[in-house]
Write a protein that binds this ligand. Structure first.
Ligand code: URA
Ligand code: CA
Length: 432
């Protein structure tokens, strides 16, 4: 088999066989196929697309390119959730203890934030002592005993994706649905998931800017998941404005605690129940979504999800007292309010620019090597569709520096007032 023949075949719009796809992934992972050929094939895929059988073959070959996590010592079906990312996306911090509290095992591998998108590991590490490092045995023990553990990437999972993603990033083929779908699904499958609930975000703060693209990506991932034998569903959600009110690591941990205690933002709670009820059904802890939702609502109302959060922190070496005393989380030196420049209704709060403003305050990193500041970020007081009076605070900036003029400028362009505006729907569509 020759790589050049595979490239020209795809260039001419002919579907590749499983063997050809495997030859490419194995050769590229081991370095016998050079970057320039891999990059030519990725571009041919970008223009010519792939059918479902090709994408499934690509996903399987990528899973087989490296280590896989064996979660079989954990009793029950392992359901994972994946989000395509967003701004102020506090979901996992609430969802993980909530579903664990109704006996759905959560054996989760999470990532760090980059650019305007946050990462669950960074948020958890704002809790003093909290560690996302443990060996495989400890991880399994925690989940078997308490249904919950969250760790950072360990082992050499999907090395083909690491190489291919970095190559696509610098050669103009990131925005290809078959390549994104196989990239995401291979990582979830290699991490041991039996079933996958996907949150595909759309809007300014998302990877997919338009609803149409988000739906296409979600439909593709759901079909591929089912084809490779994993129960899969996707929820398309709005990321035109940040989720909830808090953006920033410790600020989001506090928001998660508020939500687990029953007084968090409505949109965050709704999203968690929507995703969580699908996880509970996939894990076969409830027969219907209505039954699952009721279970989760009771776990929230009766404080069991909150207790599970406290136990989770303690298990991973964190200070569990922050659950009852969120003021013990890192606090920024200055809290600066941003007043509305006129009265009106909020028509836009651009998630990407607000995420960027939080990053400039130190809450995120521009490059993988940068350190982050856990205390800083932004707390919104208003969301799209809310009315404001002139000079009323729109949000509070949490900063370690008094000089926030550049952040204020950015935030003022991110927020637009109008005479009227409606609230955007949080859930655009469900694909299952
Ligand atoms: N996220 C991923 O994990 N992979 C892609 O290809 C794009 C976004
Ligand atoms: Ca939030």
């Amino acid at each position: 088999m020759r790589m050049v023949d595979i490239i020209t075949k795809k260039r001419d719009g002919i579907a590749l066989t499983d063997e050809e796809i495997r030859f490419f992934i194995e050769g590229y992972t081991h370095g016998t196929i050079p970057d320039y050929q891999a990059s030519a094939l990725a571009m041919a895929i970008y223009f010519r697309d792939m059918n479902d059988s090709e994408i499934a073959a690509l996903t399987r070959a990528m899973v087989d390119s490296g280590d896989t996590v064996d979660l079989s010592p954990i009793a029950g079906l392992k359901v994972d959730k994946h989000s395509t990312g967003g701004v102020g996306d506090t979901t996992t911090l609430v969802l993980a203890p909530l579903v664990a509290s109704v006996n759905v095992p959560v054996a989760k591998m999470s990532g760090r934030g980059l650019g305007f998108t946050g990462g669950t590991l960074d948020k958890l590490e704002s809790i003093s002592g909290f560690s996302v490092e443990m060996d495989g045995l400890q991880f399994i023990d925690h989940v078997n005993r308490d249904q919950i553990a969250v760790i950072g990437q360990s082992g050499d999972l999907v090395p083909a994706d690491k190489k291919l993603y970095a190559l696509r990033d610098v050669s103009g083929s990131i925005e290809s649905i078959p390549l994104i779908a196989s990239s995401v699904m291979s990582k979830k499958i290699a991490a041991g998931a039996d079933a996958i609930v996907l949150e595909v975000t759309c809007g300014s703060g998302a990877f997919m800017k338009s609803e149409r693209d988000a739906i296409r990506l979600a439909e593709t991932m759901v079909r591929i998941g089912i084809r490779v034998g994993r129960k899969t569903a996707a929820v398309i959600t709005d990321m035109s404005q940040p989720l909830g009110f808090a953006i920033g690591n410790a600020l989001e941990v506090k928001e998660a605690i508020d939500t687990l205690r029953g007084h968090g933002p409505e949109d965050l709670k709704e999203l968690v129940l929507e995703l969580g009820s699908r996880m509970v059904v996939f894990a076969e802890r409830a027969k219907t979504r209505q039954e699952a939702r009721l279970l989760l609502e009771q776990a929230l109302d009766q404080g069991r999800a909150f207790d599970k959060f406290r136990q989770f922190i303690e298990n991973q070496g964190g200070d569990p007292s922050v659950a009852d005393h969120p003021e013990r989380l890192p606090q920024a030196k200055y809290q600066i309010e941003l007043p509305a420049r006129s009265s009106g209704v909020i028509a836009e709060m651009k998630a990407d620019q607000i995420g960027l403003a939080a990053m400039l305050l130190g809450a995120g990193r521009a490059t993988k090597e940068e350190q982050i500041n856990h205390a800083t970020g932004i707390v919104l007081h208003k969301k799209v569709g809310d009315s404001v009076a002139k000079d009323e605070p729109l949000l509070t900036i949490h900063s370690d520096s008094k000089d926030v003029a550049h952040v204020v400028r950015l935030l003022n362009t991110a927020i637009r007032l109008a005479d009227q505006a409606s609230r955007p729907a949080l859930i655009h569509k469900i694909i299952e």
